[in-house]
Unconditional design. Structure first.
Length: 442
């Protein structure tokens, strides 16, 4: 049965999937745009720190007065999670600390969770997924965002019997971007500050896309959901177009750039000198796969797949992602099939805070995309062994010592107050450290 058919059945029965949305920003607004066009789906409550902003967002995406009138607008995510009429909670705040609190509240209330907030997922997702399984509900990555779409490609490849060599996404990257700050970000997007402001764009959020932090977070989510490895010292961001994926994204021993097969990586849409890559994958996702035998290898050629020179490695990719416009797939998959569109199953990758410049004792860190740190992807076992500070906790915490540019910030370097997010992170580390250590030994 297709999701659409199942939705039609719920609509015909007068029992729509009832959704609570927390966070009415860009991603949430895109979902709100689609919800009225989805049979059998009803957004019944929207939580935002500014409820009037959420109401305006609904008006901006075309909701009529009747739909707005029958929707509850609240300022508290906890209130949305506790609403007895809600079946699925969509967490789209972007705050890792708030995301963990909301997810745990929703799970405790017996509701499915679609975690748009990948920052929260990387900070404590394996724990949240385990708690959801125990409670008998679904915890899911958000379809339409690149991690869930990559998970789908990985699942397809494995279900077909192919070995997954590499998986990930494309982005715009140059090494100098790691040091970019919000005040300078718009020139890299071809915008003026005034144009960005009129478009309602958040400079720190967009800077996290540029400085490598968001890519690291998304690759950690994929590694944790797909049981894939992580580069030892961060993503390489090799320049690569879609035609070259199977040649570049394979192990060095086979002529590629990867440390080994079976890891995540991001490809850049820019050559290192700034020239555009031919047929880039800036907006898309990919999986590189390996034929299990000579017959499959021959089929790759017969059916026109781009391969490496040996013919053993091939790639499948999706050139675009539509973020919130596709989010409904996760909502209805959780409610109607009881299946996530990607879910962490272990602790393979972590994203640690790295100083963008020389930092002084007493300075306050400002998190993802800010002026002080960027997020670097490392294996979970390395992060734990070095006591590295997760980027998701590098928010409004003061440094206790000077940190050199390019140095990883550690837990002992900062004054981190106790919070529900810190406690959840510590609990996740305790529960999953054994499995991550065992993986590292393989």
């Amino acid at each position: 049965m297709s999701l659409y058919h199942l939705l039609q059945q719920r609509a015909a029965a007068g029992r729509p999937v009832r959704v609570g949305l927390i966070g009415a920003g860009k991603f949430g607004s895109m979902f709100l745009n689609q919800a009225p066009a989805m049979p059998g789906v009803e957004v019944v409550v929207i939580a935002d720190l500014d409820p009037e902003r959420a109401r305006t967002a609904c008006q901006n995406v075309g909701w009529d007065a009747a739909r707005i009138a029958r929707t509850a607008f609240v300022a508290s995510g906890a209130e949305a999670c506790a609403d007895p009429g809600v079946e699925v909670i969509v967490e789209a705040t972007g705050s890792p600390l708030a995301g963990i609190v909301h997810a745990r509240a929703a799970i405790a209330a017996g509701k499915h969770v679609v975690m748009v907030n990948v920052e929260a997922d990387v900070l404590a997702g394996p724990l949240l997924a385990e708690e959801a399984r125990v409670r008998g509900v679904v915890y899911s990555l958000a379809y339409g965002d690149q991690p869930a779409l990559t998970c789908e490609l990985v699942d397809w490849a494995r279900a077909c019997g192919f070995e997954v060599v590499a998986a990930g996404k494309g982005t715009k990257y140059l090494p100098t971007y790691h040091a970019v700050i919000p005040a300078d970000v718009w020139q890299h997007y071809g915008l003026t500050p005034d144009e960005a402001r009129r478009g309602g764009m958040n400079p720190q959020m967009f800077n996290s896309f540029l400085d490598g932090t968001k890519s690291a977070i998304e690759m950690a989510a994929i590694a944790n959901a797909c049981d894939l490895g992580v580069p030892r010292d961060g993503l390489q961001f090799p320049p690569c177009g879609v035609d070259d994926l199977p040649q570049i994204l394979r192990a060095k021993a086979a002529g590629g750039v990867l440390q080994r097969d079976g890891i995540v990586e991001v490809v850049s849409s820019l050559e290192r000198d700034g020239r555009p890559v031919f047929r880039d994958l800036r907006w898309g996702v990919y999986v590189v796969l390996k034929a299990p035998n000579e017959y499959a290898r021959a089929c790759f050629k017969e059916y026109g797949l781009k391969t490496d020179p040996s013919g053993w490695y091939a790639a499948m990719y999706k050139p675009f992602h539509l973020i919130g416009l596709e989010l409904g797939v996760s909502v209805v998959s959780a409610a109607l099939r009881g299946e996530p569109t990607g879910q962490p199953c272990g602790f393979r990758g972590d994203v640690v805070a790295v100083a963008k410049r020389a930092l002084r004792s007493g300075e306050t860190l400002d998190g993802e995309g800010g002026y002080t740190v960027w997020g670097k992807l490392v294996p979970a076992e390395r992060s734990l062994a070095e006591g590295a500070l997760p980027i998701g906790l590098a928010h409004k915490v003061a440094l206790l010592r000077d940190i050199a540019a390019g140095e990883i910030v550690r837990w002992v370097d900062v004054a981190v107050p106790e919070s529900p997010a810190v406690l959840a992170r510590r609990e996740m580390e305790r529960r999953f450290v054994a499995s991550s250590t065992a993986i590292a030994a393989q």
